[in-house]
Structure formats: C-alpha cells, structure tokens
Design a protein around this ligand. Structure first.
Ligand code: 13P
Ligand code: SF4
Length: 320
C-alpha cells in the first residue's frame, strides 16, 4: 500500500493570517528572519529584517528553537550550518539563487584544482558544498574589508559573483581570479531606463548594489549592500534616490524615510525582472504553512556542514 501523504493544511483567511502566524510563532518558539527583498507583508511580520551579514549574525546568536528564514536557500542553509540542532525552515523550498546555481560544487572543485596556490573567498550566495571548499566567506557588506585583510603573499580566487568580484578588486586594489557567476536580477537593469531617470531627476542620487554590472555601477554615487544603501539614504542630504537593486528594499526606505522619494529601475524592455523570482516565491500563506507543519526544513550532510562552518566563523570573527 502506498504511504499516506499528509494533506497540506489550509491557511486561515487572509484577515486572520497575521494573528495565526503570531500564535504559531509563540507556540513554536520561532524567530522569523527576513531579507529586504521579501514582500512588504513578510517584512512587516518579521522579528528581524537585514542584509545577508546581519541575518547570518542573528542566526548565529538566536536562542529560538525554530528559525524561519524568509529569504533564499543559501541564507537558510547558512542558518542551519550555524545551528545544526535547531529546525530551520524556508517557506518555499524552491527559493534558490542564480549565483548559487551558477557555481556547481564539482565544477568549483575543478576550478580550485587549477589554482592550487590561491586562497578561496566565496560570496555567501553559494551552496554549503561550495562554502565547504572555501577559506573565507564574505557578504556584499564586508567583502572589500575582508579581502584587504588577507595575506598578500597568496593570490585570491573569488566566487561566484563576477560583478561583485570586479568591484571588490577596484575597491581593495587586490587582483582576484573570478568565477563567472552572475545575478539574474542585477544583470538585467536597463542602462537606458537609468539614464532617462537620471535626466528626469537631475538632483537624485544613484545608489547601487555591487552585484550590478560595471557600466551601471559607473553611474552610481554610492555602492553598497542592501543595509548600506538603506543607511546611506538615511544620512545623505539628498531627498530623491534612484535605486539599482531589487525593489523589495523600497518598502523599508519608504517606511523609514517618508519625506524622501525612491525610484526603482526597470529591467531591459521594461520587464518586471528587477524583482527576484526566487525571493518572491515566499508568501504569508507559505510562512504560516511552514510554521504549522515545520516543513520544508533545511537538512545538511554533517561533514559538509562542519567544513562550511569554518569559513563562515572566520568571516564573523573578521567582520567589524
Ligand atoms: P545583501 O547581503 O546586500 O542583502 O545581498 C543579498 C543578495 O542576495 C543581493 O542580491
Ligand atoms: Fe540571488 Fe540575485 Fe535573487 Fe539576490 S537578487 S537572491 S543574488 S538571484
């Protein structure tokens, strides 16, 4: 006889969803971590909103029994690497990342083998199996600082984001051997649309995430991780910003700075591909459902987890 499959629970009506999530969060002793690219209603219900570094730090310090990671798979996986004994949930198991997909572990091992004298720095947007092959993990907010701290007597291999890697090279003055990965979102912003926005809003500052391609970064007044873009908007005297990153961040910008205006940049051909197709898979209903069923969970091979933990801990220790 075929094994019984548990029916998926039916979420409460939309008007009761927030209260139901709050009740389950208390019952499960769960913490909800959310990235800035999540839907506004998920950001509003989260215990913590942050960039990859802040969320990794919170995952490392939480005493909650259940961690719900409203973000993408590599972020939830990092939380699990840091918390092997806790339940880590990702509301939609298909919430991946093109950068992680662009860097299969076996191909990466072959690449490393061709550069045996290199120290390996991997952007946190990669799988646990790639982290396990790395000497140091970085995020977009600490990459330049960490690369500057590395010993100068060994060359550096940087993976998987070639755009972030090129920007780190320029900022740090260190030469990097780059893996050719890219983010499908940050590679599709339209330069033509950006130039039109700049012409229409000549006083606006252009602020950009370093995953953008170099010709777009060349137009930017400020470049940084999602958190840095937010804090720059808070401290800058400018009142209008053209924002070259996933538009989910606009929710926090508009909430914290209602007197300022923020303009997203469309993708090429005016498509809405500036929204991350992976991040946006998570919904409030799926958040409720994962708390109700404690699925889908992140599970990891213990050897890989232990190998991936070392470069993450090194990053946390080296980050100021
Ligand atoms: P941040 O660490 O800047 O939030 O970036 C994460 C990410 O996936 C950007 O595309
Ligand atoms: Fe990955 Fe790009 Fe989505 Fe960030 S925006 S999660 S780098 S696909």
């Amino acid at each position: 006889m075929a094994p019984a499959v548990a029916p998926s629970p039916v979420p409460p009506p939309a008007a009761e969803l927030t209260a139901a999530i709050n009740a389950l969060r208390r019952e499960r002793n769960a913490v909800i971590l959310a990235h800035y690219y999540q839907e506004p209603e998920i950001q509003d219900i989260a215990d913590v909103i942050g960039d990859s570094l802040e969320l990794a730090r919170r995952a490392a310090s939480t005493d909650a029994e259940v961690i719900v990671f409203c973000g993408v798979h590599f972020m939830a996986e990092t939380a699990k690497i840091l918390n092997p004994d806790r339940i880590v949930l990702l509301p939609d198991a298909d919430a991946g990342c093109s950068l992680a997909d662009d860097c299969p572990a076996d191909d990466f091992a072959a690449f490393r083998a061709r550069h045996p004298d290199h120290q390996v720095v991997s952007y946190i947007n990669c799988t646990a199996a790639v982290k396990a092959q790395s000497d140091l993990i970085c995020t977009s907010s600490n990459a330049v600082d960490l690369v500057r701290q590395l010993p100068e007597d060994r060359p550096i291999l940087f993976a998987p984001d070639r755009n972030l890697g090129r920007w780190v090279e320029r900022q740090s003055g260190r030469s990097l051997t780059l893996w050719p990965g890219r983010c499908v979102v940050h590679e599709t912003f339209s330069e033509e649309a950006l130039l039109r926005l700049m012409a229409r809003h000549p006083d606006a500052e252009v602020i950009a995430h370093p995953e953008c391609v170099e010709p777009l970064l060349d137009h930017a007044d400020f470049i940084g991780s999602t958190s840095r873009l937010l804090s720059h908007a808070e401290t800058s005297p400018a009142s209008c910003f053209i924002v070259l990153t996933e538009p989910g961040i606009l929710h926090q910008m508009e909430r914290r700075l209602p007197q300022k205006s923020f303009l997203p940049v469309p993708g090429t051909d005016g498509c809405s591909c500036n929204a991350c197709p992976y991040m946006r898979l998570n919904t409030l209903e799926k958040l409720w459902s994962c708390l109700a069923t404690l699925e889908p969970r992140i599970e990891l091979d213990e050897t890989i987890r232990q190998q991936a933990l070392r470069p993450i801990e090194r990053m946390l220790a080296m980050s100021r």
